[in-house]
Design a binder for this molecule. Structure first.
Ligand code: C2E
Ligand code: CA
Ligand code: CA
Length: 522
């Protein structure tokens, strides 16, 4: 993914994080507000149901007792018994006795008017006939009538809702099949009816409600919607700041990750993961014959947009961060991929691979090389290893690596020779195969600068130490002639070729070989 891609994804992720955190917390506030309110209303409903059972129970006990009375109907003893019950039972307002559907006497007197027994609204499981709302003989207040085997008790409906509630909370006590027994604070009975037919808890447009059932009774509790909105506010006060914090954390994490990803180091790390590196090959020429003897592998970073990043722009960062190790590995793999077959067909040709200071220090690269070359048909002789002075600081480690490399059959060259402070001392102390004279010395050939005097000395010294010499950065024929005259074996530079993609490089070598063959008759 490129920079813009990362920025777009990060922005989208931040947006999603912000929306989902805040949305999630708002939703949580809402469900919690509902749950808390529902629980509160349920406890009211249960309380009301418990209270409502009392008059029901009282009536049942009284009616069964009266059924078993021995007193003659409407005798003084019978009326007295009914009166005692009326006085002593809190929930019972009056008791009456019916014969053939007509009221004969009440707890006060024998009936003077002809009062016909009302048709019951429903009958309970134990056979008690209940009339929801009926007018008693004396007081005008509608009562709940309960009739069993000739006797009828009257109960003040308020007894069924004998609890103290906030004025905005409405309650209806009904039978389980929906006959209202009593209400408190005037609930909408049509809504109560709908709720009784429906599910346990419902949110309407205007009110929030619960329905609780217990045996033959049900309680419907309603409260205005505003109440739950207040509760929502309370919950939001807790959860929305938490959501905000969560969103900020998420966004912070997204920014942190994308900044890391977008930092030069992040980009390099990602490039390694995505294997965005390619290798170009700069031909190395045998100066005497003009033949191509191999190439130096030079890494390039090809970005997803196709642009090529030069190694001097990322190798220092890679060395500093340790990412150079996986890059070296990838270069080795690429060389084998690009030129494996070609190298096995041309066993006299070689490829030089640049090692970093860390590669030299740890020597790890040698095992990697050995493993990767296994079964490729490429011989170790065909691999040259180039190391700069920076890799020789830890002399002991460098020595061990170089010894091991040479024992394995690899060639080892000191790169950029002459540019460091102690090139000379390394040359004496380390067992090397070749020396690459830095381009800055080659540049001085034919000029009268001070360092132009140094170049022949480097060449002589290398010869004394029996090292092969590779001259880097040859740009002119004059430089090439000079080096040839001094019997420098190998050269590389723009005079011959810049670093080329693998196919072009192989083509270059083939053309060179053909040209050399024609130039050397016989
Ligand atoms: P180096 O090892 O000294 O590589 C030679 C550099 O000089 C290359 O630059 C090459 O393109 C350039 N060069 C060759 N001939 C001429 C010439 O005639 N004129 C001029 N002006 N330049 C010439 P490049 O490819 O940009 O590499 C730069 C440096 O990056 C290399 O210097 C090397 O230190 C490092 N490097 C490249 N590939 C790798 C690698 O695979 N691993 C490691 N560790 N370092 C690498
Ligand atoms: Ca080099
Ligand atoms: Ca060099």
């Amino acid at each position: 993914m490129n920079r813009t891609g990362v920025i777009v994804v990060a922005t989208l992720l931040s947006l999603v994080a912000a929306i989902s955190s805040l949305g999630g917390m708002s939703y949580l506030s809402w469900t919690r507000a509902q749950a808390v309110e529902e629980k509160r209303l349920q406890s009211f409903a249960q309380q009301a149901l418990q209270r409502a059972q009392i008059p029901f129970h009282d009536a049942s006990v009284v009616l069964h007792r009266l059924h078993n009375t021995h007193a003659a109907p409407c005798s003084n003893a019978h009326i007295l018994q009914m009166r005692k019950i009326t006085i002593n039972t809190r929930s019972i307002e009056d008791v009456g006795y019916f014969e053939k559907g007509v009221l004969k006497c009440t707890s006060w007197q024998k009936s003077r008017n002809t009062i016909i027994q009302t048709i019951p609204d429903f009958i309970t499981a134990d056979g008690i006939q209940v009339s929801q709302s009926m007018l008693p003989e004396i007081s005008g207040k509608p009562m709940v009538g309960m009739f069993y085997a000739g006797h009828k008790v009257l109960i003040d409906p308020a007894r069924f809702t004998d609890i103290v509630l906030e004025p905005e909370i409405q309650i209806a006590i009904t039978t389980s099949d929906g006959h209202a027994l009593s209400t408190l604070h005037q609930p909408d009975m049509q809504l109560v009816g709908t709720l009784l037919k429906g599910t346990q808890a419902k949110t309407g447009i205007d009110s929030f409600s619960v329905v609780v059932r217990d045996g033959e009774l049900a309680a419907v509790v309603l409260e205005p919607y505003g109440k739950i909105r207040d509760r929502l506010w309370q919950e939001q006060l807790i959860w929305v700041p938490f959501g905000l914090l969560l969103a900020l954390l998420f966004i912070g994490a997204v920014i942190w990750i994308s900044r890391r990803r977008l930092s030069p180091l992040g980009e390099l790390r990602f490039a390694i993961e995505r294997r965005e590196f390619i290798v170009h090959y700069q031909p190395i020429i045998e100066l005497k014959s003009g033949m191509c003897t191999g190439a130096e592998a030079l890494v390039r970073w090809r970005r997803p947009d196709g642009s090529i990043v030069r190694p001097d722009l990322f190798i220092p960062l890679a060395e500093e961060s340790g990412l150079i190790l996986p890059i070296t590995d990838q270069v080795i793999e690429l060389v084998i991929e690009d030129l494996g077959t070609w190298l096995t067909q041309h066993p006299d040709l070689h490829i030089a691979i640049n090692l970093s200071a860390q590669d030299i220090k740890t020597g790890r690269v040698l095992d990697v090389l050995q493993a990767k070359l296994e079964n490729t048909g490429i011989t170790n002789r065909q691999i040259w290893l180039e190391a700069t002075e920076r890799g020789f600081m830890d002399m002991q480690a460098a020595r061990a690596t170089i010894d091991k490399a040479r024992a394995q059959g690899f060639w080892v060259a000191i790169d950029d020779f002459g540019t460091g402070y102690s090139s000379l001392s390394y040359l004496q102390k380390l067992p090397l195969d070749a020396l690459k004279i830095d381009k800055s010395f080659i540049d001085t050939i034919g000029t009268d600068s001070v360092s132009s005097n140094v170049t022949p000395h480097i060449i002589d010294m290398a010869k004394t130490l029996q090292l092969n010499i590779v001259a880097e950065g040859i740009e002119t024929q004059e430089q090439a002639d000079y080096l040839l005259a001094r019997e420098v074996e190998y050269g590389q530079g723009w005079l011959y070729s810049k670093a080329l993609p693998a196919a072009d490089f192989m083509q270059f070598c083939q053309t060179r070989a053909g040209a050399a063959a024609t130039a050397t008759p016989g």
